[in-house]
Design a protein. Structure first.
Length: 59
């Protein structure tokens, strides 16, 4: 299979892809951002707790 045929096949395959709408992309992005922020806050709180615990145990 030569390079030109590869690009033709790739283009034909991409025309069959069901692309998400703009609203779906924005909704997915919003969900990911909320999850990342929530996880960041949880890790930050755990870090703060462990930091204080280690400080209390090791004077």
């Amino acid at each position: 299979m030569n390079l030109i045929q590869y690009f033709r096949d790739s283009r034909a395959e991409l025309s069959r892809v069901s692309w998400p709408s703009r609203a779906q992309v924005l909704e997915g992005t919003q969900a990911v951002l909320i999850f990342v922020i929530a996880l960041t806050v949880i890790v930050w709180i755990m870090d703060l707790l462990f930091h204080n615990l280690i400080r209390a145990v090791l004077p």
